[in-house]
Design a protein around this ligand. Structure first.
Ligand code: SF4
Length: 80
């Protein structure tokens, strides 16, 4: 089943910062595969849609972890 965020997810619809082959891989692995392994989806699940940075690729798990840890401790990370 395709991720329920796909309609408005920039990485599903445009693949803003990756080559077409990489975007296709992301879609197969995360969007149509296992969304629970997607870094964007992890932030959405815990903090809501508004907290997901538009430019965060689905495979940037370290950045997602920093955002999630910062949210838990009340610190907003300055990572982009
Ligand atoms: S990139 Fe992640 S959040 Fe976006 S549609 Fe794919 S699985 Fe869902």
């Amino acid at each position: 089943m395709t991720c329920e965020l796909a309609v408005n997810c920039p990485h599903f619809n445009e693949g803003p910062c990756v080559r077409p082959q990489t975007a296709a891989l992301f879609k197969a692995r995360y969007c149509r595969g296992n969304r629970h392994q997607c870094a964007r989806y992890a932030i959405y699940e815990q903090l809501g849609r508004e907290a997901v940075p538009p430019d965060l690729p689905p495979n940037e798990h370290l950045r997602a972890m920093v955002i999630l840890r910062g949210a838990r401790s009340g610190i907003r990370p300055a990572l982009r």
